[in-house]
Design a protein around this ligand. Sequence first.
Ligand SMILES: NC(=O)CC[C@H](N)C(=O)O
Length: 373
Amino acid sequence: MNNTHRPKARLILESGLVFQGTGFGATGQRFGEVVFNTGMTGYQEILTDPSYYGQIVTMTYPLIGNYGINVDDVESRHPHVRGFVVREFCEFPSHFKQTESLEDYLKEHNVIGISGVDTRQLTKAIRSEGAMRAVITTSDTPTHELLAGMHEGSIVDAVKSVTTQTVYRSPGAGFRVVLIDYGMKSGILRGLLRRGCDVIVVPATSTAKEILSWHPHGVMLSNGPGNPEDVPFAVETLRGLLGQAPIFGICLGHQLLALACGARTKKMKFGHRGSNHPVKNLLTGRVDITAQNHGYMVDADSLQGTPLALTHVNLNDGTVEGLAHKTLPAFCVQYHPEARPGPTDANGLFDDFVDMMKSVQEGSFVPCQNAKI
Ligand SMILES: NC(=O)CC[C@H](N)C(=O)O
């Protein structure tokens, strides 16, 4: 790789671990929480997934950038990561859909990348010590000064920073769905449009009254960044929506629905981020290989006494992956059925949501606690 025109860069973890590497993309300095993603492909979807807002992402796959950037594989209008860490950065990408290189894309959007990092060592450090604060810099600022300022740029109001500011509609002839945008991946909107839904996307701050004024057949809750406990206004809205319209939640949407039903969430040590997380549906016994990106989870012990039934578990670590309301039409999953990037095993959940809206319309809805599989 020709590094002559690229600056030296450092990645410094709050634990004191320092990696020397080469900068690509923008120059400067960015603080954030460092997390790893184990997907072999999908860097473009990962960069533009708003759930990564404020984070520095490292890819465990060792060669990144080889198929460049194309216009089809974005999940939002621009990258949301604070920084991007790779082992080897591909200097000469090639793909028939490519419109520009990853390097130019990062430069254009002011994201700092660092290559030449031993991402195996970095991932092991995150796995053993947990996700932590870090900084990527192309400056000469001494390491001890950067360690002292580690909490600079901590995220506040993550959801409010990435949600849509305006209501917009993607018309369809099917069920009318209000999609609450907490930091939505466009794959979720596409999943609904593909099923003919008439979708109204609304800001995360919308009230139950505002949402119900659209007379929706269903309400979809998107993914989004940060700690679910930092979004109490969204939990309040969901309390007002439960029982008024069928609800389907994904990732942050799942966590917020759990909070609205009286369960608790907690931070995981290093989270689930990748494209091969096995999830078992406890109702059918079916196992899906799923795409995931989360650092918080619903606490299984907190489900007792709530109206929620555990429907899905993670087969790697037994954590909560899916819930359904025992008596009302509402269900949610921690993983990503829109699968961008990742395997499409769980796509059928969008069909389940359409079926749920249909059964409620027809008066034939069977609550989860009475379901016979
Ligand atoms: N993708 C998501 O919606 C992530 C949800 C939440 N921000 C978490 O990290 O757990």
